[in-house]
Design a protein around this ligand. Structure first.
Ligand code: TYD
Length: 202
């Protein structure tokens, strides 16, 4: 595979969506063909699963299985074909989010998540993961300004989001070369500069 697979992660409110558009434009300006996508979602079936995952109450293992089911479809139909064509793929959340939300947030064991990860993707991992890290009180303030209905995850209490953040940071500590932590308290301009440096090394 010749293209590169870049994922963006972070707690709700950390600002990854703000940076995603810039990042894609930046890569395109450098002549890359970029496929922008997201999880859960990214395929017609995956987007239907997203609707259920974000709004329908369910058992935590059902939630994890549906996340990985959507991911299986996404890898097969979108991500791998794009990488094989030599395109770059920029994905708003991927498997690290399952470890953070279903693992850290909901308490599903790392062993079970690891089994699903191996089943669905083998050794396949993103080339670079940008983890936007932000203290939960600041993230919550940013979310409070959002003028829209909150989904099932966004509605969770502070402790849930604290555990999500900790699980993300644990994942980054485990795989420091792939997962790069960005201090999301910085200004947008400072973050852009940092992203440019990180992207130039992929
Ligand atoms: P998010 O990416 O924050 O989308 P938006 O910016 O439109 O709100 O929403 C996706 C939610 O799904 C987010 O709260 C985290 C959750 N999620 C998981 O719990 N596990 C996963 O594996 C993935 C990919 C997402």
């Amino acid at each position: 595979m010749q293209g590169k697979f870049i994922t963006l992660e972070g707690v709700d409110g950390a600002g990854k969506s703000t940076h995603l558009g810039w990042l894609v434009e930046h890569l395109r300006a450098r002549g890359r063909v970029v496929v922008q996508t997201r999880e859960p979602g990214g395929t017609p079936l995956g987007e239907k699963l997203r609707e259920l995952l974000l709004h329908e109450p369910m058992h935590l293992e059902t939630e994890a299985l549906l996340m990985f089911a959507a991911r299986r479809e996404h890898l097969e139909l979108v991500i791998k074909p794009a990488l094989l064509r030599g395109d770059w793929v920029v994905c708003d959340r991927f498997t690290d989010a399952s470890f953070a939300y279903q693992g850290g947030g909901r308490g599903l064991s790392v062993e079970k998540l690891g089994q699903l990860e191996t089943w669905v993707q083998g050794n396949f991992q993103p080339d670079l993961t940008l983890l936007f890290d932000l203290p939960i009180d600041i993230a919550a303030q940013r979310m409070a300004g959002a003028d829209r209905q909150l989904d099932r995850f966004e509605q969770e209490k502070t402790e849930f989001h604290e555990r999500v953040r900790a699980a993300y940071l644990a994942r980054a500590a485990e795989m420091p070369t792939r997962v790069r932590v960005i201090d999301a308290r910085q200004s947008v301009e400072q973050i852009k500069k940092q992203l440019e440096v990180l992207l130039s090394s992929v």
